[in-house]
Ligand binder design. Structure first.
Ligand SMILES: Cc1cc2nc3c(=O)[nH]c(=O)nc-3n(C[C@H](O)[C@H](O)[C@H](O)COP(=O)(O)OP(=O)(O)OC[C@H]3O[C@@H](n4cnc5c(N)ncnc54)[C@H](O)[C@@H]3O)c2cc1C
Length: 402
């Protein structure tokens, strides 16, 4: 049955932001600071029921930290972030190829990488950004079905429950990988990379927590071998975020729904079928998860899609614009930087010339998004290569190891 349609006719703010992820919330904060009215719409039931990816994010100087600085949030960010999280990269024999002390002294892609990349738990970043805008600016529990242009030329949003909010001058798609706003600017769809991440948590009460602590300590451990990765990262609450990345069919999630519902069975199956010859600590941790594994089939937008003509009334930021695989760990940084750039153009051009603002923003965003997608694809190729992490180190850090 088609749900009834209720259209809201009360005056709208000029800007609607679809998505309360990092890109949507920092854009909200920047508009708030500039005195420009907006509403954020998110499908999550509430701020605390985030369906986000979990885990931690390292925030880089040139983009993520720059956006937080311009938003007036850098000191609050530093108060919540951890600056002392070592990163260790190994092959499956346990041979250490890289640790952050070594990383800090290397020039990586033009930046003293990891020298200043504090880690923050994803939910802490969301809390920080949410706390920086007035309550009530985010409407929770509203899942967008489509965005359309009304007969008056203004933009409308139709929600899955049939309600409609109309009269916006600009709708910003900050709604991630499967954006409902994207189709207004391109017919391109995300393409499957061939790889999945399966992520879960080991809590301090878990008897195998000490196995995670023995490899990741207070930071991150990434082990690469046999075209797979096992990643462990310490979270602020002492738990470890655990990720297993490997080549799987795109339909793996649908075909393994029963297994996914049972973490102990899935953990045992992963160890038996994929990690049998890995070190005991990795097998112990993956085999004894506390929470269900979350499957992340990894997609990226085709780079040729990043070249559309500016569509009046529509802009995309973050993953909605340039979804990429997570193999350079810059998605959230680039997403927040997009929002900084868009907000700056909106302030410069004013709400009466939003099309010029979006056009100027897109001109800078397209090459940035293409570069990110290409670098992540190359990084993924090297991280899953039979000799990993050697090729990755040579390419990214410029060092050759046996
Ligand atoms: C497994 C994995 C690991 C990653 N690790 C890292 C990392 O270490 N470092 C890094 O920088 N990046 C990482 N990324 C990438 C990073 O998560 C994204 O680039 C970043 O979250 C993008 O932010 P965003 O605001 O554009 O979108 P999102 O974070 O996806 O937020 C989108 C928001 O839109 C809402 N939404 C979606 N659809 C609708 C709808 N129809 N109606 C209403 N609301 C909607 C969602 O609820 C969500 O709040 C990782 C990604 C994955 C999958």
């Amino acid at each position: 049955m088609t749900p009834p349609t209720t259209t809201t006719t009360t005056p709208q703010p000029p800007i609607a932001i679809v998505g309360a992820g990092p890109s949507g919330l920092i854009l909200a904060r920047l508009l708030e600071n500039a005195g420009i009215a907006y509403t954020v719409f998110d499908r999550d039931a509430s701020a605390s029921s985030s369906g986000g990816q979990g885990g931690t994010l390292d925030i880089h100087v040139a983009d993520g930290q720059q956006a937080l600085k311009e938003a007036g949030l850098i000191s609050q960010f530093r108060a919540r972030a951890r600056g002392d999280s070592p990163t260790i990269m190994m092959d499956k024999t346990g041979k250490v190829f890289l640790d952050s002390a070594m990383f800090a002294s290397q020039e990586v892609e033009g930046e003293k990488a990891h020298a200043d990349r504090p880690e923050i738990d994803r939910r802490d970043l969301r809390d920080l950004l949410l706390g920086s805008i007035p309550e009530g600016r985010v409407r929770w529990g509203v899942r967008v079905q489509e965005v359309f242009r009304g007969q008056d030329g203004l933009m409308g949003i139709r929600f899955v429950d049939g309600r409609v909010e109309a009269g916006f001058r600009l709708v910003v798609g900050a709604d991630g990988a499967w954006s409902k706003v994207r189709r207004l600017v391109t017919s391109a769809k995300p393409q499957y990379s061939g790889f999945h991440f399966l992520t879960t948590i080991i809590k301090p009460s878990n008897p195998y927590h000490s196995a995670a602590a023995s490899v990741a300590g207070k930071g991150m451990n990434m082990m690469c071998a046999h075209e797979k990765q096992v990643v462990m990262v310490k979270l602020g609450d002492e738990s470890y975020y655990v990720g297993v990345a490997m080549a799987l069919p795109e339909s793996w999630r649908q075909e393994n729904a029963d297994l996914l519902a049972n973490p102990s069975q899935l953990g045992a199956a992963l160890v038996r079928d994929y990690l049998a010859d890995w070190p005991q600590a990795q097998k112990d941790v993956v085999g004894h998860a506390d929470e269900q594994f979350r499957p992340w089939p990894l997609y990226a937008m085709p780079t040729e899609s990043l070249s559309w003509e500016t569509v009046p009334g529509v802009a995309l930021v973050g993953d909605a614009a340039h979804l990429t695989t997570p193999f350079v760990g810059e998605g959230v940084n680039c997403a927040m930087y997009d929002s900084l750039q868009l907000a700056q153009q909106i302030v410069k051009h004013g709400v009466d010339d939003l099309t010029a603002a979006v056009a100027a923003y897109e001109k800078e965003m397209f090459p940035r998004g293409i570069d990110l997608i290409q670098r992540s694809a190359k990084s993924g190729e090297l991280l899953f290569a039979p000799d990993a992490p050697r090729g990755w180190l040579k390419h990214h850090v410029g060092i050759e190891v046996d």
